[in-house]
Design a protein around this ligand. Structure first.
Ligand SMILES: [Zn+2]
Ligand SMILES: [Zn+2]
Length: 293
């Protein structure tokens, strides 16, 4: 083990001391804001609906989904392409603004998902642990606290990422402030609250629906499926059976009709010189190994 890397940036909380409300809230900040954001969706009835607010909602959904799919998933979890250290940090900040914890936590858990996919040790298998668990239960569980930095030591060696991991909520607060400056409370409610909740469930559909509903082109050792609707909602992540078949590919849509907005965006970034060495599956990996079920 690399001595320079702390074992976890989220030490296991003591269970022997009495827990005050504030200590509980600080230890479970991710759960507190997850629940709070869902409750705050009700405030859509208290603010005017404006075109600007709706634009913020859609715009920040797309930008932050890209931070999750192209950043947290394809880059930090799978190293499907290369980029510079400063743009790596930008991707991490955009991902953090989605309020799904830091890139090290996210990617470490996702690597565990692939390592144990649809086995007992899978953090969020709907086949093993049920749909509700795979969708939101695992996020709220104490078992999902902490980050095994050994699993993500290739990125944990960057001090700026470890710092961001501790303050992963900060980019989201900046984003909420931008929403307020642009369109007041309507901007905050639609551009931040509603957009973040939609973003949660769009992302979580990959963990739940894409291991239950859809077709299987490849005979993988898990229950992963290609789901076109989820692919549209998640900028290409719904081609999940393709992804489990060849995980390190920058594109998850393997054919022209499999819309993959994250990949098209990465191609645009590559043309600007911001990312490079996008990995693609070799031709022999594209042959179907299973019929549609
Ligand atoms: Zn999966
Ligand atoms: Zn993956």
């Amino acid at each position: 083990m690399n001595a320079a890397i702390p074992r976890s940036v989220f030490p296991t909380p003591s269970r022997t001391r009495p827990v005050s409300f504030f200590r509980f809230a600080s230890k479970n900040v991710n759960k507190v804001y997850f629940v709070a954001l869902h409750i705050l969706v009700a405030t859509v009835f208290l603010v005017p609906v404006t075109w600007t607010a709706l634009g913020l909602c859609v715009g920040f959904y797309i930008v932050r989904m890209f931070g999750i799919t192209a950043g947290y998933h394809r880059y930090f979890s799978h190293r499907a392409y290369k980029t510079s250290r400063w743009f790596q940090f930008v991707l991490a900040c955009i991902g953090c603004s989605a309020m799904q914890k830091g890139p090290l936590w996210w990617a470490a858990n996702h690597r565990d998902h692939h390592k144990h996919s649809d086995k007992e040790e899978d953090p969020h298998s709907p086949v093993r642990h049920g749909v509700l668990w795979s969708h939101i239960g695992w996020i709220l569980s104490q078992r999902s606290e902490g980050t095994n930095l050994e699993t993500i030591k290739d990125f944990a060696r960057f001090p700026e990422l470890r710092l961001l991991e501790m303050f992963y909520w900060f980019p989201a607060f900046i984003l909420a402030g931008i929403c307020y400056l642009v369109d007041g409370w309507s901007g905050v409610v639609w551009g931040f609250v509603v957009s973040s909740v939609l973003l949660y469930h769009g992302t979580f559909l990959v963990n739940s629906a894409c291991h239950i509903f859809g077709s299987r082109r490849f005979e993988t050792t898990d229950a992963s499926r290609n789901n076109a609707l989820v692919a549209i909602l998640t900028l290409g992540e719904g081609w999940h059976n393709n992804h489990h078949h060849y995980q390190s590919s920058a594109n998850q849509g393997f054919h022209w009709w499999e819309i993959d907005m994250s990949y098209y965006s990465l191609l645009a970034l590559r043309s600007c010189g911001l990312v490079w060495d996008l990995r693609k599956p070799p031709a022999k990996k594209l042959h179907p190994t299973a019929s549609v079920k």
